[in-house]
Design a protein around this ligand. Structure first.
Ligand code: SF4
Ligand code: SF4
Length: 210
């Protein structure tokens, strides 16, 4: 089971750059998504930023479903400078993979809860690390796409694009590099990754209606 928490209001406002298309995923039953807070925050954002559409669906982690849901919005998506996704890490990665050429940002951090985690219907994975790095890595998860879960890769051991730990696996950090290159955002790698704050707890007081 996992839960998502919205990033801070300032962080989300800084992600809504230019024309912004917003995707909310209400998630499957096992996943907690702060719907009420997301609505409030996105209404506030819309007053200050150029939010072109807010699409709310479930199961955006299923690529076929995502494609179907986005079909009628594709003109707006193509026109957008940024796609802001509020979902667990798998949903954001699925959107980033589908919209290869777009800057896709995560509005949430994903936290683990003990218990059954459901079945992710594809190859992307989120380790629910509590501080989502997808906004620095072009939407490729450094925790699950890299065998060593490096947040400041790459390790230097990859050969011909393959991971030194698992030769059948593409080096996650090469994937991140290629994605940032495609987005013309390689400068992101010049900034040192901030140290993870392990003390940062999930704020249970912000659950809907409480
Ligand atoms: S960085 Fe990866 S593991 Fe951490 S929340 Fe984001 S998608 Fe999940
Ligand atoms: S080769 Fe790439 S994916 Fe493998 S551990 Fe090193 S940086 Fe991570």
């Amino acid at each position: 089971m996992l839960i998502t928490q919205l990033k801070s209001k300032d962080a989300i406002a800084s992600l809504a750059q230019g024309k912004t298309f917003v995707i909310n995923c209400h998630g499957c039953k096992e996943v907690y998504f702060p719907e009420y807070q997301a609505d409030e925050l996105q209404k506030e954002l819309a007053a200050e930023k150029d939010i072109t559409e807010i699409m709310t669906r479930d199961y955006i982690c299923n690529p076929d479903h995502l494609q179907l849901q986005l079909e009628k919005y594709m003109d707006k998506v193509k026109d957008a400078d940024t796609v802001l996704v509020c979902s667990c890490g798998v949903g954001v990665q699925t959107v980033a993979k589908y919209l290869e050429e777009k800057r896709v940002f995560s509005g949430c951090d994903t936290y683990p809860l003990p218990g059954f985690q459901g079945v992710t219907p594809q190859e992307l994975d989120c380790a629910q690390c509590g501080e989502c790095y997808l906004n620095y890595t072009g939407g490729v998860c450094p925790i699950t796409a890299c065998s060593k879960s490096l947040v400041n890769g790459q390790c230097g051991g990859s050969k011909n694009g393959k991971c030194e730990v698992d030769k059948d696996m593409e080096c996650g950090w090469e994937r991140i590099y290629r994605k940032l290159e495609k987005l013309n955002k390689l400068d992101t790698l010049k900034h040192p990754t901030k140290v993870r704050d392990y003390k940062k707890p999930f704020d249970f007081s912000t659950k809907d209606g409480e």
